[in-house]
Design a protein around this ligand. Sequence first.
Ligand code: SAH
Length: 443
Amino acid sequence: MYYDSNISKQDGMKMDQIRLTAENETIQGDGVCRLDGKVTFVWGLLSGETGLCVLEKQDKKMNHARLIELEKASNHRILPVCPYHDVCGGCALGHMTRERELAIKEQRVMECLGRLGNSPKGSYHLEPITGGEREAYRGKVEVIYRNGFGYVGRNGKFCLVKNCLLMKPETRRLLDAIEKMNPQGLRGAVIRTNYRGESMLVLSHDGKLGKVKGEALAEYGVTSLWALKQKPRMTHALDGEITHLWGATTIEEEICGLTFKLSPKSFFQINRDIAAKLYTKAVSLAGLKSRETAIDAYCGVGTIGMLAAGAAGQVFGVELIPDAVEDAKLAAKKHGIENIDFVAGRCEVILPKDEALKKASVIFLDPPRKGCGRELLDAIAKVGIPRVVYVSCDPATLARDVAIMKEWGYTLTNVAPYDMFPQTGHVETVVLLSREKVDDCNR
Ligand code: SAH
């Protein structure tokens, strides 16, 4: 935190400064304070802390203020290990103890389920949050290049970050090597570093990429090299035209004893250790019996479905990205898993029309942040699938979808939060919703 010397003195404080005390904090690391009754967020102020702040943004409902000087510190405060913590914004919770971080994440899940999911605390079985390593856990990173690698910072502008501690050491070494090469036209990189320390590297550019030699990068663990011509108004890091430059076209990943060959656009969980625990929980919550049919919706490369196939009669996976479906089919074949089929398309379009939906005893839902939405959930409830195992990366959309299923007579029985992205403002959750009877489904 820095001191703003342009502000002139008044009553022991600098002019324009206000003294705020946080009553609570959000999962984004914002201290929740009150200024004349109005909620005022101060990033970096922990619950119980007092600090001198300046107002930055005010609207009808809330204010945002910036912490200038901490006057009273919480026992939960730690010195962030990363020198970029205040400016980068990626690790919103790096200034608090691990205990506090886990408590906030658990609280966020409960709050959303209570407020938006019509499921107050105590109405379901809550498992304690599962956490893991706080650093070097990211198997995939997406970085911007502007004469050095970095991220979009807290102020919305590029922020150079040397040695991001969330990355694996192999990824960091590779980024350093690329920086030294400084290829012409480079705008960013997406790197997936696998369980063996090998990397798939996608170098993005906005026109023409200067020469990059795969052999030179192989020294830093690169086994697969791609170039991506970014779309003018790209919506995500791999939005554009992708060309294979050198090495293999896929990279192998391993989880729960299964290996997958991944294409650049195939989704694979970023934190392998926590994902393995989460998948195991999802499959155990499903309570599959050997004759039952299960659907793996939003299946990616089929991780959950393939793990469930060992316990189920038949599994049916649906995924939007065709490359991921191809990767899934190859993995199933390689592992000799014969009771699983995959199809490419949108779950909300394919599943309501599909026969498998009527037969299923369990559906796994693992949607992106926006959740599943009504179309698919209504179709699930209408055919009366008895068990729904929902894996979510956003407690708010999870809770919204839980409320929809509750309207249909489902009960939220189990909730298990996972700290998949330590230090950041994200939390993953697995829940089980069940409904015994199917005769009340003709709403
Ligand atoms: N269950 C997988 C993937 C989860 S991520 C795993 O754990 O690895 C969510 C996946 O949903 C991504 O692979 C994404 O491509 C896919 N997806 C996004 N929208 C979709 C839709 N409408 N229908 C089907 N799949 C979708």
